[in-house]
Design a protein around this ligand. Structure first.
Ligand code: ATP
Length: 226
């Protein structure tokens, strides 16, 4: 039986009295880009965090490759976490300022027990090359890179654990217009090559129209028809 990569039904996220996500339902297939679009505060990031189980939803189901995540314990989720990776808006904030880029990229491999000292450094160099960074960038710290280079390093880190789903939360919003296209082209190439599914959060309509296969509009925590 074949399942969508992601099947989200009646997702609810509350922060005290605030219902940030109010019965949101959607599916996403492998190789597809689904955009969540809408104004600030409409619940896009809360949806993303709940899909990744980084914030446990208050109601609803999230099926990833047919497996229901919301009822799983942390221990049960652990082997699935490498397969769904986030890329956040602020490329500097999402990488530790103290760590060199090569350590940031290799960390997911180490955390998930997949680090091989013999082949790991070559794998990190390969990942940096794949996202268009010179392997010498591995020796630098985030503040020594440009915003675009830093976001590329964040993407390399997300790719390190061979994910099938990337949750991209405003991945180009903090970047200058001139470097945005380069990062979006990189994401499109990676999707073609690796068959990744993208849940793409963005409030910039022209970018969404250009990049997404389908768009869900959100207002006040709910999905609305455009
Ligand atoms: N940790 C939190 N505690 C309390 N309320 C929160 C928290 N995070 C988000 N909210 C509230 O939930 C609602 C949805 O916020 P969310 O960040 O998901 O929206 P968003 O569409 O991603 O907005 P933005 O584009 O500004 O990031 C808002 O009313 C927000 O104030």
């Amino acid at each position: 039986m074949s399942y969508p990569l992601l099947d989200v039904r009646d997702l609810v996220v509350r922060y005290g009295p605030v219902t940030a996500v109010d019965h949101v339902t959607f599916t996403l297939d492998a190789g597809e880009t689904l955009a969540l679009n809408g104004p600030s505060g409409c619940g896009k990031s809360s949806t993303a965090l709940a899909v990744l189980q980084l914030r446990r939803p208050d109601a609803g189901t999230v099926r990833f490759q047919g497996r229901e995540l919301t009822s799983m314990t942390e221990r049960e989720l652990r082997p699935l976490r490498p397969r769904m990776q986030p890329v956040f808006q602020d490329p500097y904030g999402s990488l530790s300022p103290r760590h060199r880029i090569r350590d940031a990229v290799s960390e997911p491999l180490k955390v998930h027990g997949r680090w091989n000292p013999a082949h790991g450094p070559a794998r990190v160099a390969e990942l940096l090359d794949r996202v268009g960074l010179d392997p010498s960038c591995g020796d630098r710290r985030p503040h020594e890179l440009s915003g675009g280079q830093c976001q590329r390093a964040g993407i390399a880190r997300a790719l390190a654990s061979d994910p099938q789903l990337l949750v991209l939360d405003e991945p180009v919003s903090a970047l200058d217009a001139s470097v945005r296209a380069g990062v979006l082209n990189l994401l499109a190439d990676l999707q073609d090559e690796l068959g990744l599914g993208y849940l793409f959060i963005c409030h910039d309509r022209p970018v969404v129209r250009h990049f997404a296969d389908r768009v869900i509009e959100m207002r006040d925590g709910r999905t609305v028809h455009p």
